[in-house]
Design a protein around this ligand. Structure first.
Ligand code: 5RP
Length: 265
């Protein structure tokens, strides 16, 4: 592995082998997602607790201060929307030249395995890996499930993660599921977990993140369950404790409540 690749990966995966990414890329297909209408404002109180930021070039340029920013994972796939016909029909939207100009530490794209656009999105991944590796930039593949959320079981997600790794992703982002060890055991590169839509239970989020970490994930790329929470700082600090300090679900929950109550005083 060359110096640039090692250096970028070390920005994205901390010395303890773990990571906490903050995704604010949702607007690329959802438009102004709730609580992300002004991404720069949304992340202000929480970004210090994240290890990297996942966003598009548009949000990066217009909302993120280039001085002292966290490492950036640039989303470089898109071209479809949630109101269009084929959400899965994504293309590469941003060049490697642009990723280098923006000093990205990594690039990310979605693959839609099992969809009508499986082949196209997997070829997007292969092409991106060919180009990004030339410049020492790691690729994070996002195993997107589109509208067919029922496919989120270990067998399907293990298949997606393995294929993404085989095509050259350095990190794979997927959803947590029951028997998550089947997903991580079959994937030769690090796996991070997305959060999915906001849940009504904070503890549920602590539980799945804790379970996933125990079953081989290296961290999370988790957005809505943090910044759509009424107490985003308490939430990110509790999750960070699970990821970086091996906190139990109870310890994370206690921390959540103490930070939340501190803020009220
Ligand atoms: C959107 C994404 C998001 O980065 C990913 O889903 C993580 O965010 P959340 O925790 O809100 O699901 O790739 O396409």
């Amino acid at each position: 592995m060359d110096w640039g690749m090692k250096n970028r990966l070390s920005q994205l995966i901390k010395p303890n082998g773990r990571c906490m990414y903050m995704p604010i890329d949702h607007g690329y297909f959802q438009g102004p997602t709730s609580k992300l209408e002004r991404p720069g404002e949304t992340i202000k109180p929480i970004i210090d607790y994240a290890d990297a930021l996942f966003c598009t070039r548009g949000v990066l340029r217009s909302c993120i201060n280039p001085e002292n920013s966290k490492p950036i994972i640039l989303r470089v796939s898109g071209g479809t929307s949630m109101v269009g016909k084929d959400l899965a029909n994504e293309v590469l939207t941003t060049s490697i030249e642009e990723a280098i100009r923006l000093n990205a530490s990594g690039v990310g794209l979605s693959v839609f395995i099992g969809s009508d656009y499986e082949k196209e999105t997997l070829l997007n991944l292969s092409k991106l890996v060919d180009e990004a590796e030339r410049y020492g930039i790691p690729v994070m593949a996002v195993t997107a499930v589109g509208r067919e959320m029922e496919k989120r079981d270990a067998r399907y997600l293990a298949l997606c993660c393995r294929i993404a790794a085989e095509l050259g992703a350095r990190v794979v982002k997927t959803y947590w599921c029951e028997n998550f060890d089947k997903v991580t055991n079959g994937c030769p590169v690090p796996v991070v977990m997305a959060g999915g839509p906001k849940t009504n239970s904070d503890v549920e989020v602590f539980e799945f993140v804790h379970d996933g970490m125990n079953k081989g994930a290296i961290g999370v790329n988790l957005g809505r369950n943090i910044w759509q929470n009424e107490h985003p700082v308490a939430m990110i600090r509790a999750l960070r404790a699970i990821i970086h300090e091996n906190a139990t679900v109870k310890q994370a929950s206690d921390l959540f409540h103490s930070v939340k109550n501190e803020k009220k005083k």
